[in-house]
Design a protein around this ligand. Sequence first.
Ligand code: SF4
Length: 80
Amino acid sequence: MAFVITQPCIGEKAGDCVDVCPVDCIEEGEDQYYIDPEICIDCGACIVVCPVDAIVEEHDMTPDDESFLDKAKKFYGLQQ
Ligand code: SF4
């Protein structure tokens, strides 16, 4: 289980989440920030500070959000 950064981050990229993550698992990509699903400890700290509510828990993802988990896995080289 992990948290996933979704559509609202694109074009926003506030980055507040990076500062609060206790395990430093959020990195900036070209069009959005990404959470490393293998390092995230599901603490929820990032959800609270995101100004555009872009972060969702994996089990709360809508079908549209699932592509963002795949995108994050690709970003971290976890999936082709
Ligand atoms: Fe980091 Fe916690 Fe957010 Fe996971 S849930 S990305 S560990 S702040």
